[in-house]
Design a protein around this ligand. Structure first.
Ligand code: F6P
Length: 464
């Protein structure tokens, strides 16, 4: 059973955007489990629906009231835990009222999960929205098999301790048998936080003794559905679409960035670097286009609305500064979500992917891009501040705050010889294929239960 805040679709039946859904949905399709999640509905209504079939799995929908949406989701989750976890301390807000609602909503999720499960259920709880759920499940069934995965960066103790409820959050997470993160760095931060709150920590073995239980803490970076992306990129339909995208854009060279519109994604920093790149390389104006796909997100949070205006103004500025008499525009800005086939076509159409967040738990776009480059061409420019950088040999690594450095990396990637692209893309693809979603799921299960059920790839794109 997967328990997460974000579920598979919005009420408008538009696909949701974000790494969590991309990571857990293939597992649920293959295992035919149950997903307990918020269905993106807000307002009056029954708090929890009955589990209903949603393609090959079941979906038990949690409903949020207006105050719950405001204080739990927008407030505590996205105005406190999100910025703190990304070490963007200035952006964080702390409100006792929001914390109270967060606690209650976590109880609601835990109760819905416990009602749905039995003594054979493996509970897989996800992300910072639901940090208290593992402990609540443990209270209702001390034998419950539970894993908790934190999908975003985990901050060092000096930052985590700014949260007035840090003890409660840690105790909540330590209710699980396994706590997983994307990188060894986040594991170290978590263990240090647990130690500073008085738990007995074995750093070498990744183990926390908490109460009468031992909790394993592991780096298990999320993978992508390799076969799905690799397969899409090989299909004639997707290849034809990729050519059409190239023709429509009319640029000789194409840079691609795909993000949720979030201040952690480094969109403004990327636009500044591209601006500098065009200033330094005037002969490339009208010949190179940056296609920036930025899908609006969390628009009820002020910081996100402000970012959207700032990005749109920056796109206009760069286009105004470098326009070359109606030749290919410097920046093409797209703000609607793409389905998997359309995404694959864009990955294929591009020469270079720019994945340059200022802070990111992992970043699946980097992996998806490589999975689509079966012809071993193209280059990946990747931020050293994305968790993915820990295991992407072959990427051009950059610091997104270093504007001249990022501008130079864009030039390097565009000028890379075919032979160098081949060598780099080969190692990138090997790493992505090895640590795919199957690997992630099997390893999670290995730590929690003794005999994992086989995970067979399910190629079903069933709308839910
Ligand atoms: O990956 C982190 C995460 O918060 C996921 O939990 C979520 O699905 C994604 O980002 C998108 O954010 P939201 O669910 O707030 O739209």
């Amino acid at each position: 059973m997967v328990i997460s805040n974000r579920g598979p679709c919005l009420i408008s039946r538009q696909r949701t955007v974000g790494g969590l859904v991309a990571a857990v949905e293939p597992v649920l399709k293959a295992t035919r489990g149950t997903w307990v999640a918020w269905g993106a509905t807000v307002g009056p209504g029954p708090p929890v629906s009955l589990a209903r079939p949603a393609g090959p799995y079941y979906f038990r929908e949690i409903h949020l009231s207006e105050p719950e949406y405001r204080d739990y989701y927008l407030g505590l989750a996205n105005e406190c835990l999100w910025p703190i976890s990304h070490c963007l301390v200035e952006t964080a807000r702390f409100s006792a009222g929001q914390w109270e609602t967060y606690r209650k909503v976590n109880e609601k999720f835990a109760l819905a999960a416990a009602q749905e499960g039995d003594d054979k259920t493996f509970y897989w709880v996800h992300d910072y929205h639901l940090a208290l759920v593992p402990q609540l499940l443990r209270r209702s069934d001390p034998q419950a098999k539970t894993a908790f995965f934190w999908h975003i960066p985990f901050p060092p103790p000096d930052v985590f301790r700014l949260i007035p409820w840090q003890q409660e959050l840690l105790a909540g997470m330590l209710g699980a048998d396994l706590v997983g993160f994307h990188t060894a760095g986040y594991v170290k931060n978590f263990l240090e936080c647990a130690a500073s709150c008085g738990a007995v920590v074995d750093f070498a073995r990744g183990r926390v003794d908490y109460g009468d239980r031992a909790v394993r803490v592991r780096a298990l970076p999320v993978g992508i559905d390799w076969e799905a992306f690799n397969g899409l990129a090989a299909s004639g339909r997707v290849r034809t679409r990729a050519e059409a995208i190239r023709t429509a854009l009319g640029a000789e060279r194409l840079l691609l960035a795909v993000d949720r519109l979030d201040y952690t994604k480094g969109i403004l920093e990327r636009l500044a670097a591209f601006d500098l790149f065009l200033e330094q390389n005037p002969s490339l104006r009208g010949r190179v286009t940056l296609l920036q796909i930025a899908i609006p997100s969390r628009e009820d949070v002020g910081a996100y609305r402000n970012l959207r205006s700032a990005v749109e103004a920056a796109v206009g500025r760069v286009n105004g500064r470098h326009d070359q008499g109606y030749r290919a525009v410097p920046v093409r800005y797209v703000s609607h979500p793409l389905d998997a086939a359309e995404l694959a076509a864009h990955y294929l159409a591009a020469d270079v992917a720019l994945v340059t967040p200022v802070r990111d738990g992992l970043n699946l776009v980097a992996k998806e891009f490589c999975a689509c480059r079966c012809d071993l061409d193209g280059a990946l420019v990747l931020s050293s501040l994305a968790g993915a950088a820990e295991n992407m040999p072959g990427a051009v690594i950059v610091n997104p705050y270093d504007t001249p450095g990022l501008a130079a990396a864009i030039g390097l990637a565009l000028a890379m010889t075919a032979a160098e692209q081949r060598v780099r893309m080969h190692s990138l693809r090997r790493a992505v294929q090895k640590h795919d979603v199957n690997w992630w799921w099997q390893n999670t299960l290995k730590y929690v239960v003794t005999s994992p059920r086989a995970f067979h790839h399910a190629e079903t794109a069933v709308p839910v």
